[in-house]
Design a protein around this ligand. Structure first.
Ligand SMILES: NC(=O)c1ccc[n+]([C@@H]2O[C@H](COP(=O)([O-])OP(=O)(O)OC[C@H]3O[C@@H](n4cnc5c(N)ncnc54)[C@H](O)[C@@H]3O)[C@@H](O)[C@H]2O)c1
Length: 255
């Protein structure tokens, strides 16, 4: 499996450190011959993401805080200087206040709900709208979701409705952008111990449960999510859009 993305340009958001799903995605895109630009959320992450960009052979790096439409627009304007044409974007961003990722869902705060949806779901719409300006020869957008969108997972709480909204946005965006040759899909990944995941209370309990209950009797890795992302970014998936692909060792079928 080589060269699936040869000659293509990709924006990969959400690589905060070497354990991020987005980092494995960036490495997999590079392995397949694609060029990658990375984003970092804020100044405090610049050095760490800079080290990742260096490992990619000096990938362009742009600041992107998705909580502001203006910041998203500026980030894509900046990207256009090094990558005037984009063939794909990976949206690998989520956030919710820690106090809304534990306890009873009924206690979810209004602010926490709004922020979780803004950063984890609306951000796909905002980034797709801007990235589209550079996707002049069509392409693919892939976002990351989790099965807590459609079944109750203890402590996932406010992120459940946010991921449901994200998955719905995938379908609406697919309908809007399909005529331009832009496909939009999501990967529903099994739990992986990243920084974002560890803010969910008793996250390791989730990993333990899945190890004994998934059809494959194991959890998944960021590399496995990345390989499926490459598939969705590549022409191998050219007739697939508006889809949620489970990369979860089969957990969705049994739990
Ligand atoms: N790790 C899992 O178990 C798992 C499972 C399924 C889906 N996902 C999803 O995968 C995606 C990536 O998460 P991860 O597990 O790699 O964790 P991570 O913590 O490595 O990545 C989350 C990223 O979101 C970014 N981010 C948060 N707020 C932002 C903002 N306002 N502007 C820009 N960026 C912002 C962070 O900087 C970070 O890079 C998320 O959407 C997450 O919900 C994760």
């Amino acid at each position: 499996m080589t060269g699936l993305l040869e000659g293509k340009n990709f924006l990969v958001t959400g690589a905060a450190n070497s354990r991020s799903i987005a980092w494995s995605v960036a490495l997999a895109i590079k392995r397949e011959g694609g060029s990658v630009a990375l984003t970092y959320q804020a100044e405090r992450l610049k050095r760490r993401v800079g080290a990742l960009a260096t490992k990619l052979g000096g990938a362009p790096m742009i600041e992107l805080d998705v909580s502001s439409d203006e910041a998203v627009r500026q980030a894509i304007d900046e990207l256009a200087r090094t990558m005037p044409v984009l063939d794909g974007m990976v949206h690998s961003i989520a956030w919710a206040p820690a106090h809304d990722l534990q306890g009873n869902f009924v206690e979810t705060t209004r602010d926490g709900f709004a922020q979780a949806n803004d950063i984890s779901s609306y951000s796909l719409i905002a980034t797709a709208r801007e990235a589209r300006r550079l996707m002049t020869r069509g392409g693919a957008i892939v976002t990351m979701t989790y099965a807590g969108s459609w079944r109750v997972v203890p402590n996932y709480n406010v992120m459940g409705p946010a991921k449901a909204s994200l998955e719905s946005a995938v379908r609406y965006l697919a309908a809007d952008l399909g005529p331009e040759g832009i496909r939009v899909n999501a990967i529903s990944a099994g739990p992986i111990a990243t920084v974002a995941a560890r803010t969910i209370k008793d996250f390791s309990g989730m990993l333990d449960l899945l190890e004994s209950h998934t059809p494959l009797r194991r959890n998944v890795t960021t590399e496995e999510v990345a390989d499926a992302t490459v598939f969705l970014l590549s022409d191998l998936s050219r007739a697939i859009t508006g889809e949620v692909v489970h990369v979860d060792a089969g957990a969705h079928a049994t739990i």
